[in-house]
Write a protein that binds this ligand. Structure first.
Ligand code: IMP
Ligand code: MG
Length: 184
């Protein structure tokens, strides 16, 4: 893979920038304002799906003003090095918190086929939360195979492999402050 430098000065694979940092941040501020309004006075816990959701969660938390707890879950739906989910989702790390009677907001980097979020939704609903909503930064809508209700979506994006802002290319480039599209 050819490695270049972006106009922003970051080492990145050969790519185009799809969503600039300012645009990401502006949208996250809007999503946080919606979350503030929707969850005022409620016992909110944001659950981040590792590793891809971590940048999004931390920015979303920063802009959400109501009190809220956080917790993490790690799942694997890709084979090692693969770029499509296998359909078989495994929980690699479970929550530390009991979510029963809590208002849960599941925070994910991207929804593609919907298999990962569909599976996680079923797992979490079985634990009897007071409510469960889903917040995905990116939605590759045309790829959907499993219908999952989304409550908050950052951006609808085309059917292309994206990276940056938490999303990786073979575990690298999660640090980039923008969303890029591979051009190999
Ligand atoms: P799904 O189960 O097909 O919806 O895939 C969801 C998971 O696949 C996400 O949590 C991501 O980790 C990963 N994923 C899907 N599309 C991309 C992409 O374009 N770049 C990086 N990761 C992706
Ligand atoms: Mg993910």
């Amino acid at each position: 893979m050819l490695e270049t430098r972006t106009a922003l000065g970051y080492a990145s694979p050969s790519s185009e920038i799809l969503i600039l940092p300012e645009k990401l941040q502006a949208r996250i501020i809007e999503l946080a304002a919606q979350i503030d309004a929707d969850y005022a006075g409620r016992n909110l816990i944001m659950i981040c799906v590792l590793k891809g959701g971590v940048m999004f969660l931390t920015d979303l938390m920063r802009h959400t003003h109501i009190p809220h707890a956080i917790d993490f879950m790690a799942v694997s739906s890709y084979g090692v090095g693969a770029r499509e989910s296998t359909g078989v989702v495994r929980i690699i790390m479970d929550l530390a918190t009991d979510i029963s009677d809590k208002h849960v907001l599941l925070v994910e980097d991207i929804i593609d086929s919907g298999r990962t979020l569909g599976y996680l939704r079923d797992v979490l609903l079985a634990r009897n939360p007071a409510s469960l909503a889903i917040c995905a930064l990116l939605d590759k809508h045309e790829r959907r195979e499993v219908d999952v209700p989304l409550d908050y979506v950052g951006f609808e994006i085309p059917n292309e492999f994206v990276f940056g802002y938490g999303l990786d290319v073979d575990e690298l480039y999660r640090n980039l402050p923008f969303i890029g599209v591979l051009r190999e």
